[in-house]
Design a protein around this ligand. Structure first.
Ligand code: ADP
Ligand code: MG
Length: 331
């Protein structure tokens, strides 16, 4: 028997997370937030010196802003915008950093048989969630053939589109990458315990004074409610959901995670969470799992080492990957 998320009632665990701010002789937890990359970034770290804590946090914020300038499709001068403008007509030279993230993105496309595909933007570009706009059926049909990672040609640090009308968007992986870079910077800053989160992507360095952090997974249909909590140390967790950026068209929820096969929002789940060693991986895989749904998606997750997942399907039923114990299952 599977348990419905609607009645799990673990809301108190959110309080537990906030109450974890303990003081220790001379050292303390320092928490700061910044709005960047279209989301709220939180950095929480354990340090004995407030000035050093602030200096390390500032480095993280500067790094997030740097990555945003490099990868935002909304910033005209970003490398991604340059690719979108020029790659249909010429091979565009890019930084080694972006090139490597593009290679990773393609690897996730291959792994997921095209469910994860940064060229989803060939259709995705025509959605505006704030203005409640979606492309017409005709526009989708016209643009759909431009979604195909196989037409994204990477060669000697250049990018080229093999099809006209193609666009890319790293929204399904860039925040996870930024979180990983942040954790690396904090390590270089001498930090041993920290939590960095950027919207739905988080990574923990070390633990919380000898105990795991309890990371809450947002209830996909009840605002400010935690559906369930997962204890985590030294790992990453990402959640993709249909409740962050969406509007309703009749009864249909039009949201920001696009099935590359149809050019429309995926509807097999309310949310998908993936745990693993790094946030680049969990970010790309949570978007992937959301699109594939419980059956196909968990098959993929279960075949991967060191990756676990929880998916809340379109009926509110929670499914767990094979390395987790389903609290509703007997024995
Ligand atoms: P969030 O951005 O809310 O943290 P996700 O990590 O699930 O959530 O990423 C959603 C973003 O991924 C979308 O806003 C879009 O930029 C991008 N995206 C949407 N569909 C796909 C897809 N099929 N493959 C890769 N990226 C996608
Ligand atoms: Mg993601």
């Amino acid at each position: 028997m599977r348990k419905s998320v609607v009645n799990t009632g673990y809301g108190w665990l959110a309080g537990l997370i906030m109450a974890g701010l303990a003081t220790h002789a001379g050292a303390d937890w320092y928490k700061q937030s910044l709005d960047v990359m279209g989301t709220r970034v939180n950095v929480e770290l354990w340090h004995s010196d407030p000035r050093q804590a602030e200096r390390c946090t500032d480095r993280v914020f500067a790094e997030m802003q740097r990555i945003d300038r490099l990868m935002s499709p909304y910033k005209e001068n970003s490398e991604v915008s340059r690719i979108n403008r020029l790659a249909a007509t010429e091979a565009v030279k890019v930084s080694a950093e972006l090139f490597s993230l593009l290679q990773k993105s393609i690897a996730f496309s291959e792994l997921s048989n095209g469910a994860f595909d940064i060229s989803f933007a060939s259709v995705g570009y025509y959605y505006d969630y704030r203005k409640k706009q979606q492309p017409s059926a005709q526009t989708i049909q016209q643009q759909l053939p431009a979604i195909n990672y196989k037409n994204l040609l990477l060669q000697q640090q250049t990018v080229r589109f093999a099809k006209p009308g193609m666009r890319i968007d790293l929204g399904g992986i860039a925040k996870g990458y930024a979180v990983d870079r942040s954790i690396l910077l904090l390590q270089q800053c001498g930090i041993q315990q920290a939590l960095v989160s950027a919207g739905g992507d988080s990574r923990i360095l070390g633990d919380h004074q000898g105990r795991p952090w309890m990371i809450g997974i947002q209830h996909p249909r009840q605002e400010q409610q935690i559906a369930l909590s997962i204890p985590l140390s030294d790992s990453a967790i990402s959640t993709s959901g249909d409740y962050e950026r969406y509007f309703l068209s009749g009864n249909e929820r039009i949201h920001h995670i696009i099935n590359p096969k149809t050019g429309t929002s995926a509807h097999t789940a309310w949310s998908a969470s993936v745990m693993g060693p790094d946030a680049t991986t969990t970010d790309a895989l949570s978007t992937t799992l959301f699109i594939l749904g419980p059956e196909q998606g968990l098959k993929l997750i279960n075949a991967l080492d060191e990756i676990e997942a929880v998916i809340i399907d379109a009926n509110g039923v929670v499914h767990y990957s094979s390395g987790l114990i389903d609290p509703a299952s007997p024995g």
